[in-house]
Ligand binder design. Structure first.
Ligand SMILES: [Zn+2]
Length: 236
């Protein structure tokens, strides 16, 4: 059930207490993926999960915090403090609208800290529970392990996007940029420039729709299990 398509009256009558919020970014993804990739994938996952669990999908948050890809055309970077306050407001408003468990399906690494800050505060100030997943690392581990060249707009994300909507992927422009991430946390413009020289990491040319469909299947089934588990915890 998509919240944006319901009238207020139907929204009220539905009386949903579990909702999924897709959160993404508008960001350059190489030359072959749409700039909405990070929102389109979580939106697809959310929709499929909601169909199985019969819960609500809230209108997605399209814009995210995108420092590393800021110099590329197609990237809209929202400051972390703005994003965190915006997300916290959505969470608090979700509770005021009857939601008890909000599932945030995040599609973009730069959003993880603002989402965590928002979730911590919203759940301290209200009795809302918030479950947060970064889909590309918290879900579908078994399927993800089969990708040899994952990354930003890499083999895994390109495959996922092919499964979501292959019509808006330009595989003839897919490239490879295999890089080694340092094993430690280094915050550096210099490192970002080197890692994201072509706004792509990994090997997008190895992506396929079949791989993406398998990945999405395991991501969706993992998320359904996690939501059931979270429900047990918060009602138990
Ligand atoms: Zn992405």
């Amino acid at each position: 059930m998509r919240a944006e398509k319901l009238t207020g009256l139907d929204f009220e009558r539905a009386g949903m207490d579990i909702a999924i919020l897709p959160v993404g970014s508008v960001e350059r993804h190489g030359d072959h993926l749409p700039i909405g990739t990070d929102t389109l994938i979580p939106d697809f996952i959310s929709q499929k999960v909601a169909e199985t669990l019969n819960c609500l999908v809230l209108p997605p948050v399209w814009y995210g915090s995108c420092k590393a890809m800021r110099n590329f055309a197609g990237t809209f970077d929202i400051p972390e403090e703005v994003l965190y306050k915006y997300l916290k407001s959505i969470m608090v408003e979700a509770r005021r609208n009857g939601i008890r468990l909000l599932v945030v399906v995040n599609g973009h690494g730069g959003n993880s800290v603002p989402i965590a800050m928002a979730a911590r505060e919203a759940t301290r100030e209200t009795d809302l529970s918030v479950l947060v997943v970064d889909w590309w690392k918290d879900l579908g581990a078994e399927s993800l392990s089969k990708f040899s060249s994952p990354g930003h707009a890499g083999e895994d994300e390109t495959s996922a996007m092919l499964a979501v909507n292959s019509d808006i992927v330009k595989m003839d422009l897919a490239k490879s940029h295999e890089i080694q991430y340092p094993s430690f946390k280094l915050y550096s413009k210099k490192l970002d420039e080197c890692l994201y020289r072509i706004a792509l990491t990994g090997d997008a040319t190895r992506a396929s729709k079949d791989k993406g469909e398998e990945l999405m299947k395991s991501v969706i089934s993992d998320l359904i299990k996690i939501i059931e588990e979270a429900k047990r915890i918060i009602t138990g």
